[in-house]
Design a protein around this ligand. Sequence first.
Ligand SMILES: NC(=O)c1ccc[n+]([C@@H]2O[C@H](COP(=O)([O-])OP(=O)(O)OC[C@H]3O[C@@H](n4cnc5c(N)ncnc54)[C@H](O)[C@@H]3O)[C@@H](O)[C@H]2O)c1
Length: 483
Amino acid sequence: MAHLLSPSCSLDISSSSKLYCKQSIQGSKVIPSSFMLQTFNAPIGRLVLQGKRLQRSSCIVRATTLPISQEAKTQPSSGSHDTSSGPSERKKVMVIGGDGYCGWATALHLSNKNYEVSIVDNLVRRLFDHQLGLDSLTPISSIHNRIRRWKSETGKNIQLYIGDICDFEFLSETFESFKPDAVVHFGEQRSAPYSMIDRSRAVFTQKNNVIGTLNVLFAIKEFREDCHLVKLGTMGEYGTPNIDIEEGYITITHNGRTDTLPYPKQASSFYHLSKVHDSNNIAFTCKAWGIRATDLNQGVVYGVRTDETEMHEELCNRFDYDGVFGTALNRFCVQVAVGHPLTVYGKGGQTRGYLDIRDTIQCVELAIANPAQRGEFRVFNQFTEQFSVNELASLVTKAGKKLGLKVQTLSVPNPRVEAEEHYYNAKHTKLVELGLKPHLLSDSLIDSLLNFAIKFEDRIDAKQIMPSVFWRKIGVKPKTVAA
Ligand SMILES: NC(=O)c1ccc[n+]([C@@H]2O[C@H](COP(=O)([O-])OP(=O)(O)OC[C@H]3O[C@@H](n4cnc5c(N)ncnc54)[C@H](O)[C@@H]3O)[C@@H](O)[C@H]2O)c1
């Protein structure tokens, strides 16, 4: 048995001690080439990647805020990048969480579209993998190698700031240094199961997400009051009401009076609840301080390839298939590849909105190109199609059979607390009105996802497939799972 995570390896990033790990690049330039992680009470022991030990009983991930982009100019080696539709004056976009699944694809896409891009990330997602014994299906390069490769492929710089946005001093430095026109905020703990493992993960998720977002709002107010916040929310904030889901607001007539109010939220995990709280904080600061914000209530994202990540294997995106971070379709494709039955939770009637990762990046670009007004809190539902879990399982089964694979479906007890059969009809027209051209889930896409899973079959750890986190069993003790 191995523990998943120490309760107090709380990714509590020091705000006072600065560990600038220096590596000389082109003379006096300094980039964050290494960092040190120290956990206390961590059953897996101290994880020291590089660097020296600090005299603090907390987990420090700290690097300089100096941008990596000060490397020598290199010529693009590929002509495939597209700058045709970029802004005439280069807008500066800070992508918080830019080392993650949606953030990496978005950062590359925006850079390719000639936006000036920076990535802010504390790499905590990689740490979760270390601590839970998980790994992306696809091999992913370090953020430093990713950015160097991007530059050598396209000639374009992406500036890198490694640090925790819960550390306001760090975030202030990044704002003052980069001066963003728009901030795309992906930088949160984004797994519902992770937030339901035990008390410490529930607390971590809410602290990380709510305080991080609050800091971003304060940084905008203090340093860049005209900056547009594009924040990733989730369709899961709405839950599954027995009426149509509107885009953010609903007009209600009650006792003869009418008002347009925020659509009711019925979140179903501590993670989803953190997103609801974020939305409320953002809405409040739009009113109170005149912040301009777009809340993108995103559905479940699938797929791995985008034009940019295709350019080189070092640009490859992560692909999670495990029971904690894997999303439904990605998980099913991997299950087919290793001959594991598709794990349908409960009755399988759970219906949600889904979208291709190529549409995530399109939606974010559309939101940036058409910013909210000062004081406006805009909400877009960001998905392209709805499926029930049973419908997804049958699409994957059909595609698997076409490839000659044997596919079975297994109904497993639902680890979550949720309706398993319900009405679901969510509006999603606003992004289409702005110009979104959806990539719909077709047989060919599932075929290519399946082939992708088959290609990396050797990297699949079948033990990670079954659900290991149960909503009703969450307790106060740090939880362990079989390694
Ligand atoms: N992936 C999906 O299907 C999906 C669906 C709906 C909404 N979303 C939302 O989109 C966003 C991105 O999701 P993702 O799948 O790319 O997640 P991810 O975990 O792959 O990426 C999140 C990134 O944020 C970084 N991060 C987390 N906390 C941070 C902090 N305090 N400071 C700095 N960096 C921090 C992580 O290291 C990671 O690189 C999340 O807000 C999530 O809630 C994702």
